[in-house]
Design a protein around this ligand. Structure first.
Ligand code: 5GP
Ligand code: MN
Length: 335
């Protein structure tokens, strides 16, 4: 993989561009994709954002979301556009299998592939150009760097600012994680000086759910949360029936994993949701417990040091039992 700086000179050649991201895109995935779309269009490129799957309804306020193609819903059209693309940008993921059903199609493309991502262990051999930097707070921060370092800072307009800010807020837990380094605050100061209305973005991200989701959270915290004080660990396991009963949709469970972190002394939070195709894990930690290693070792996953995800094909009951065993094996690290 050549450096992203080596790609900059190509930006002046109008091209057909596809931008894609991981399945079930969150604020950073969608925000970075849309910010890059709005930027590249100003340079005269033809740009389509393709999401491998659907996304949370609360992402729809982001400028440009209505134009995004859902690969699972519009496969034929999406594949035609992919076949014609000169460039494929892969944002906020670093290995093709994180695009689920799109994986084989992406692998088969012969166009120029560019990676911009902040997760660990990138599959750099699959990309022509790119940057992989785990010290970055978010892929949105990296898009900001991409635009400014390529010499196009003047192109950062209201739409781009809103998308970038949303991803930064999403991935830094509203500026609380250690990934919110000084440069992140400088970036925000720059966006503010360009006129960003940050309150609007917080409303879009956090005040944009329906009543059922809040009732669901109440139910889950009361009935589905277990605290293991001897391991400083909280576990939430959500059976499929709960999702059906409360009409839970994509994105409604976002943020749920953060609630147990408000309990004094909790070091690790694990959330597992019984989805149709798999049991999906989210892990969050404080301090020196490495969620990335834990997720990789026990649940075919990965991510960052203090936030990672994983999966299991086993039943909810069995995957919970496996977690409890893993927790015990990690007793020393959880003290
Ligand atoms: P979340 O718990 O919010 O779904 O994910 C937390 C972090 O871990 C995100 O940065 C996400 O991209 C990453 N992640 C989630 N699931 C997986 C997975 O199955 N594999 C890998 N490698 N990373 C994941
Ligand atoms: Mn991200």
């Amino acid at each position: 993989m050549q450096s992203i700086q080596q790609f900059f000179p190509l930006l002046t050649q109008p091209s057909r561009v596809v931008i894609t991201t991981h399945q079930k895109p969150d604020a950073d995935a969608m925000g970075s994709s849309l910010a890059l779309m709005h930027f590249l269009r100003q340079l005269g490129h033809t740009v389509t954002v393709i999401s491998p799957t659907n996304w949370a309804g609360w992402v729809n306020w982001m400028p440009g979301t209505r134009e995004v193609l859902d690969y699972e819903k519009e496969k034929t059209r999406a594949e035609e556009i992919l076949d014609r693309a000169d460039w494929l940008f892969c944002l906020d993921f670093n290995i093709f299998h994180r695009t689920k059903n799109m994986t084989e199609k992406l692998k088969s493309l012969s166009c120029t592939k560019i990676l911009i991502d902040h997760h660990q262990e990138p599959d750099t051999a699959s990309f022509d150009y790119g940057i992989s930097d785990t010290s970055k707070s978010s892929t949105c921060e990296m898009i900001y760097d991409f635009i400014t370092e390529a010499g196009y800072g003047d192109k950062i307009n209201e739409e781009i600012s809103e998308c970038i800010y949303a991803g930064v807020v999403g991935d830094t837990g509203s500026f609380r994680f250690s990934s919110a380094h000084a440069g992140v605050h400088t970036l925000v100061a720059d966006l503010k000086s360009r006129g960003l209305n940050h309150g609007k973005i917080h409303e879009g991200l956090f005040d944009n759910f329906l009543e059922n989701r809040l009732r669901f959270i109440g139910h889950v915290l009361l009935h589905r949360m277990e605290i293991f004080y001897e391991y400083n660990t909280a576990l939430i396991a959500i059976p499929k029936n709960d999702l059906l009963k409360y009409h839970i949709k994509t994105g409604d469970t976002e943020g749920l994993v953060n609630f147990p972190q408000s309990i004094q002394g909790i070091k690790l939070v694990a959330l597992v949701i019984d989805r149709d195709e798999e049991r999906k894990w989210s892990f969050r930690s404080k301090g020196d417990f490495d969620c990335n290693t834990f997720a990789r070792r026990y649940f075919e996953g990965g991510g960052h040091y203090n936030a990672a995800g994983g999966r299991s094909s086993d039943s909810l009951e069995n995957t919970v039992a496996r977690f409890k065993q893993a927790m015990k094996e990690n007793e020393k690290l959880l003290q």
